[in-house]
Ligand binder design. Structure first.
Ligand code: G3P
Ligand code: MG
Length: 247
């Protein structure tokens, strides 16, 4: 019996089984019983927030070019499902506003800001949208650009922010104690953490959401280490494991 079930966070939706960062992938993640959704955002040239991972549309759509150089209308003409499979033909690149309409507030959304969000103005547009949609309380905003996260926090102190990190091991003890009030969660790459690291983080009072945890042995390892949540391409797989652990 598990003491506390970790959050199942669907990475770019149920990315393993549907085209990433599409409404179809988010619906599938929710159908599979995820508790939260991770997605990536960029700003268009006409200052709309769109949900897409890369800085260009080339890998995940029928078009080519930089997201920040295109208007929303131009992006909406592209198909972002067919590259994954014929079954998903017709999927559009969603706006963050469309995702907020689809996903109820009880499902936490981990919004990852891509690019250089402090410089492009994305932080301000994001705060404005979350206020307008009354979703300040149901999201966690993360980024590898930690300065942009602190800027976001200045604009809206009640927003929860999560530090993403990969190459260096950010020791929980290295983050100042007072930062606990500022930072909601730490989002390390799973390869950089060990059970000892998780234990240290828990002792310091941190919430840990490692990514991207997909294989059964990795999921099991993180589960027994006691992380607060896992960002996974296969939310259904983790849901089955947790249900099994409960029974
Ligand atoms: O937020 C966790 C993870 O999504 C960070 O890496 O490249 O998948 O956005 P990436
Ligand atoms: Mg991401």
């Amino acid at each position: 019996m598990l003491k506390q079930q970790p959050l199942i966070i669907a990475h770019r939706g149920a990315k393993g089984e549907a085209p990433e960062n599409t409404l179809a992938a988010f619906k599938l993640g929710m159908d599979q019983g995820c508790d939260a959704i991770e997605l990536d955002i960029h700003l268009t040239s006409d200052r709309h927030i769109v949900v897409i991972h890369d800085a260009t549309v080339d890998r995940t759509s029928t078009g080519s070019g930089e997201v920040q150089a295109m208007t929303l209308a131009e992006l909406k003409k592209l198909d972002t499902g067919i590259w994954f499979s014929e079954a998903f033909a017709g999927e559009e690149i969603p706006t963050l506003a469309e995702v907020l309409e689809l996903v109820p507030p009880k499902i936490m959304i981990n919004i990852e800001m891509k690019g250089t969000p402090g410089e492009t103005g994305l932080v301000q547009v994001l705060v404005d949208l979350l206020r307008e949609k009354q979703r300040i309380d149901s999201v966690v905003v993360s980024s590898f650009d930690h300065a942009a996260l602190y800027k976001l926090k200045e604009l809206e102190p009640s927003l929860r922010i999560g530090l993403l990190y990969m190459k260096e091991r950010l020791s929980p003890a290295d983050v100042k104690r007072e930062a606990l009030a500022e930072i909601f969660s730490l989002h390390p790459h799973r390869e950089w953490i060990t059970p000892e690291y998780v234990a240290e983080a828990l002792e310091q009072g941190w919430i840990l959401y490692p990514w991207t945890v997909n294989e059964e042995d990795q999921l099991r390892e993180m589960l027994s280490a006691g992380v607060a949540g896992m960002i996974t391409d296969y939310p259904g797989r983790l849901r089955r494991m947790l249900d099994h652990a409960e029974s």
